[in-house]
Write a protein that binds this ligand. Structure first.
Ligand SMILES: Cc1ncc(COP(=O)(O)O)c(C=O)c1O
Length: 421
């Protein structure tokens, strides 16, 4: 006999809250007050951001780290440092936060969308290859949800076509590809420390690179075009003030001390969820192969096949939420379906016009992205993975309960809409 769903009046699987985010305590307070009392509040005056840059670079085996105000600016600075300019094309996935593509527009270049793989939610290297034109200059692989992209194949394509690789690792703190931490595999790697991220200071970002020339350009661009050792009012190239402040540096250093243990917990819980949810027909957690030696689990992403479960994603989400499991649909349209791209509402950034009159995002079609965003994608936030194993068991029980009651849910949905799904 099946147990009645909470949405149909039964008891929810879970009434306790999941861990909240961010997690902080006395250490953050102490360091923040220390930064305040030091009177050295700017990155160039104090030690907090410098220390964090050193720690973050070392952890990633990167030679250089340049901390900036946020991940969006970090992406744009990386593009400018790579020499991207008007008329250049940059290949990006359409299933990502808007900044991956809007940063390309803000660098005065043209984002070209290549489809993702249904199984991994990550850029499909074959689609990347097919999107290359004589104008292509760079690729931005996004390690979606924290799952590393196929960096070996993408790097080989980039080498063959002389393209820059800028990793968007904003979801992927602590993720490993073949034992190497992501973010320092491509020419540059970008992270965000915005509120939701696995390592956060409310706002913040960083660019990693092993290339001395790129590092010098990044440093200058993020610091008003200055050069180390030269006068404060000497400016050598176009740049701006993108420096991260010391208060954020203080928070990041404290959060960093908690990070590794949190990353281990997410990895352990994420693996458990992936293994157990995959046993339910029609549920396909983002698939990881042996190349992923650690998932970042900024999100636990999965696909729901409505042909097997026979209810729509929206019905499933409502039922899971009623069971006490917070879950969301995530990105519900591919980026090229956002009004910004359909209408080319790019303000003063006219560089993409140099790509030619054929540029019309209304003609873009990435079927896997459309399937995931419009129909199948489901996300659980990273904070849900920070509790004990028992929390994961509750999530699995809730999914199983919804699956067992799928017929009742489908009937209800048909009654509500007058349609059979
Ligand atoms: C994949 C991805 N790239 C870039 C960004 C931009 O980072 P920020 O919000 O720090 O500007 C985000 C943040 O949400 C992101 O998720």
């Amino acid at each position: 006999m099946t147990v009645t769903l909470a949405i149909h009046g039964g008891s929810p699987v879970r009434t306790e809250p999941f861990p909240s985010w961010p997690i902080f305590g006395e250490q953050e307070e102490r360091r923040l007050i220390g930064a305040l009392r030091s009177g050295a509040w700017g990155k160039l005056d104090g030690e907090e951001v410098k220390q964090f840059e050193r720690r973050f670079a070392e952890y990633h085996q990167a030679k250089h780290a340049i901390a900036v105000v946020n991940g969006t600016a970090a992406l744009r600075l990386a593009l400018v440092a790579a020499g991207i300019r008007a008329g250049d094309e940059v290949i990006v996935p359409p299933y990502t936060f808007v900044a991956t593509a809007s940063a390309v527009i803000e660098a005065n270049a043209t984002p070209v969308f290549a489809d993702i793989e249904l199984e991994t939610f990550n850029l499909d290297p074959r689609a990347v290859e097919a999107a290359i034109t004589p104008r292509t200059r760079a690729i931005i692989p996004v390690h979606l949800a924290g799952l590393p992209c196929d960096m070996e194949t993408i790097s080989k394509i980039a080498q063959r076509h002389d393209l820059a690789v800028i990793e968007d690792a904003c979801h992927a703190h602590g993720a490993e590809y073949k034992g190497r931490r992501v973010g320092a595999i491509g020419h540059m790697g970008v992270f965000s420390f915005q509120s939701s991220k696995n390592l956060t200071s409310g706002e913040g970002g960083i660019v990693l690179t092993n290339d001395d020339h790129l590092a010098a350009r990044l440093w200058s661009i993020h610091n008003c075009g200055r050069m180390p050792g030269r006068a404060w009012y000497e400016h050598f190239m176009i740049g701006g003030n993108y420096r991260l402040g010391e208060f954020q540096g203080a928070v990041l250093n404290s959060q960093w001390d908690r990070f590794e243990q949190q990353a281990e917990t997410r990895e352990r819980n994420g693996k458990y969820l992936a293994e157990h949810l995959a046993r339910i027909p029609g549920i396909f957690p983002q698939s990881r192969n042996a190349d992923c030696t650690r998932h970042g689990y900024h999100l636990f992403a999965l696909r729901l096949d409505p042909n097997t479960i026979e209810v729509s994603r929206e019905v499933l989400l409502d039922a899971l939420q009623a069971e006490g499991i917070p879950c969301v649909a995530g990105y519900v349209v591919p980026l090229y379906r956002q009004p910004m791209f359909e209408n080319q509402a790019f303000g003063p950034y006219t560089g993409c016009r140099d790509t030619g009159p054929e540029l019309d995002y209304r003609n873009t079609s990435c079927p896997n992205c459309e399937t995931i965003s419009s129909v199948q994608g489901v996300w659980l936030e990273q904070r849900l993975l920070l509790g004990p194993k028992h929390d994961m068991e509750d999530i699995v029980v809730a999914f199983e309960k919804v699956y067992e009651n799928r017929n009742r849910l489908a009937e209800q949905a048909a009654d509500d809409t007058g349609n059979v799904f």
